[in-house]
Design a protein around this ligand. Structure first.
Ligand SMILES: [Zn+2]
Length: 246
């Protein structure tokens, strides 16, 4: 996707959200950043340049998490910058490359003339859940399309959905309550049940020198693990909302 198309989606988002001058500038800066410097991702034993048209999910989510953490500490400039970069990659994912990239340039030229559908921006800003799972799914479901209008519509919709999910900080109080409840159940019910049935299984198995009591404990363990799932899901949501660091 060309700069011009990225920027027009960014401007449209900034208009609808009525961003401050600073927020707007940071969002647009972040949005063209991947075209200025190809990003390098490195880790133990590897280093590669991020391809725009198929940026790995991991790289996109990295920018999403950095944006989210920045907003949580009220650093709007960093927040919008990382959000803009993540959106650039999401928008590029909307564009099909075509065989050998031949039709690619022509398509991008044509797309630069397509206006941003304001309706898609507004719809995206209404339809979201503020969670890392929602953002991950939204990014994953972005398909490489061929017709310029379709590309623009999808890129605008997904950009707005991701933006709304990252910007919404309102769920923290509700989550705090939910966490307290889930933690209490985890500590007072599921952990004792799981470890109790395991301990009973082990000691009976030893006393009777038979594996049967231990095997009988397995369904209890599985049940406790399944019932305790909200506790684990809430752990991720807590990080998303800045309520936990681990
Ligand atoms: Zn790009």
């Amino acid at each position: 996707m060309k700069w011009r198309s990225h920027l027009s989606i960014g401007r449209s988002l900034a208009d609808v959200l009525q961003l401050s001058e600073e927020g707007r500038r940071a969002l647009l800066d972040g949005m063209v950043e991947p075209d200025r410097h190809k990003e390098r991702i490195s880790g133990p034993g590897y280093c590669y340049r991020v391809s725009h048209h198929r940026a790995p999910q991991r790289v996109i989510m990295l920018h999403i998490w950095m944006a989210r953490r920045a907003f949580l500490r009220n650093d709007e400039r960093q927040g919008y910058r990382h959000l803009g970069t993540a959106l650039h990659y999401v928008q590029d994912r909307s564009t099909s490359k075509g065989p050998f990239g031949l039709t690619h340039n022509r398509r991008e030229e044509r797309m630069a003339g397509v206006p941003v559908p304001r309706k898609m921006i507004e719809r995206g800003l209404r339809n979201y859940t503020s969670s890392p799972e929602f953002v991950g799914e939204t990014v994953r479901r972005t398909r490489a399309l061929k017709d310029p209008e379709g590309i623009m519509a999808q890129a605008s919709l997904r950009s707005a959905m991701v933006t709304a999910a990252v910007l919404d900080l309102s769920g923290r109080e509700e989550l705090r309550k939910e966490m307290r409840l889930a933690r209490r159940r985890h500590v007072l019910l599921y952990v004792p049940l799981a470890s109790g049935s395991l301990a009973l299984g082990v000691s009976l198995s030893l006393a009777w020198s038979s594996p049967l009591p231990l095997l009988a404990a397995i369904p209890f363990l599985a049940w406790a693990l399944v019932r305790d799932r909200p506790h684990r899901r809430l752990g991720r949501l807590a990080r998303w909302n800045g309520l936990s660091r681990t």
